[in-house]
Design a protein around this ligand. Structure first.
Ligand SMILES: [Zn+2]
Length: 353
């Protein structure tokens, strides 16, 4: 993802900008995080989160154990076969949407694949749940110059977290009696991008752009009513504000409001029902932009672009550093996001919006 600064080209500003009032108190480095209970009892006390925080976290760890997973790498190939087996075992139909990207440094043709996971292949009307599953090739915001050039980027939050939520949701979708079909898509080549003092090489969102073009140019038998993207949803100090592009688009705004209302109903306070303060803040370019602008699928982005669990690195957080590790993520965060999405799915009816 890229924070799109509307008024300037200053790059992505993570964390607090000067003059911006803090929306929550940022903890000191040595402050111990208060652990949230594994399941949240909503205000009415009647419902509990059916998703398992422990299992969701074990999925995140399992993915990270594969090592770095940039597009075309052996880590990515291992991840693809692991995920294909996993989702097939849970009853989904899994296929690969293959495409090629020219490697930004070598020019070599790099094989990429979006993983498409269908839960009800007969459904004509569906919802698209998505995440990217490639990791950035280098931790290029690491404070250590050596790491920026040749370090290892594990992408526990930025890469594995969205996938882990979808894996945990698989247990629910197997038995959920939904009124609408559900497809999951894991996007490859979200960030086969290199950035250093010479600038940016490579393009963002190659996988989602390919998927969106295919949908528009070779329309399938089914139609996606809504899309929900999850990216960087694993931080221990999760705070999910409404992303501004999706709040600005008239076709997508009702979707954002519905999801955040669902969270309020469940008492999941990590979903903060407002956008980021500051005129230029909170616009995030991510895989939801091609889905909405090219494929015309109204898609929102559930994303926490500020993750302060470890104040570290050029961005003031572990984002795009070697510290994007499971220890800064939490199964509770993953399970809460999955729960909100599941409850929202139950409310979606086919037909008119
Ligand atoms: Zn990233």
């Amino acid at each position: 993802m890229i924070c799109a600064l509307v008024a300037s080209h200053a790059g992505c500003s993570q964390g607090q900008s000067p003059g911006e009032s803090p929306s929550r108190s940022k903890p000191a480095a040595n402050q111990v995080a208060v652990k949230q209970p594994a399941s949240v009892t909503p205000r009415n006390g009647s419902r509990e989160n059916p998703l398992s925080a422990t299992r969701a976290m074990s999925y995140l760890e399992q993915i990270c154990k594969l090592g770095q997973r940039p597009s075309g790498s052996t880590g990515m190939i291992r991840q693809q076969s692991m995920l294909q087996k996993f989702f097939e075992k849970h009853g989904a139909k899994v296929s690969r949407q293959e495409f090629f990207v020219d490697h930004p440094l070598t020019g070599r043709r790099t094989p990429c694949a979006n993983l498409v996971i269908e839960w009800n292949p007969e459904a004509k009307e569906r919802v698209l749940l998505c995440a990217h599953y490639d990791t950035r090739p280098l931790p290029d915001r690491d404070p250590d110059p050596r790491a920026r050039r040749e370090g290892v980027f594990i992408g526990a939050n930025d890469g594995a977290s969205g996938v882990a939520v979808l894996m945990e949701l698989a247990h629910q979708l197997e038995q959920a009696n939904l009124n609408i079909g559900v497809d999951m898509v894991l996007f490859d080549a979200e960030e086969l991008v290199f950035e250093d003092y010479r600038g940016q090489r490579g393009d963002y969102f190659e996988g989602s752009t390919y998927f969106a073009r295919q949908y528009r140019e070779n329309p399938p038998q089914h139609r996606y009513k809504w899309g929900v993207l999850m990216d960087m949803v694993g931080d221990k100090k999760l705070e999910l504000m409404q992303e501004k592009f999706s709040m600005t688009w008239p076709d997508t705004r009702p979707l954002v409001l519905d999801i955040w209302n669902t969270a309020a109903r469940l008492g999941v306070k990590e979903f903060v029902p407002r956008t980021k303060r500051g005129r230029d803040q909170g616009f995030i370019r991510d895989d939801h932009v091609p889905l909405r602008n090219i494929a015309r699928i109204p898609t929102c982005d559930i994303i926490d672009a500020d993750y302060p669990d470890a104040p570290f690195g050029a961005a003031g957080s572990y984002w795009h550093t070697e510290q994007d590790l499971p220890k800064h993520c939490s199964g509770e965060s993953l399970a809460k996001v999955g729960w909100v999405v599941l409850e929202w799915l139950k409310s979606v009816e086919p037909g008119s919006k």
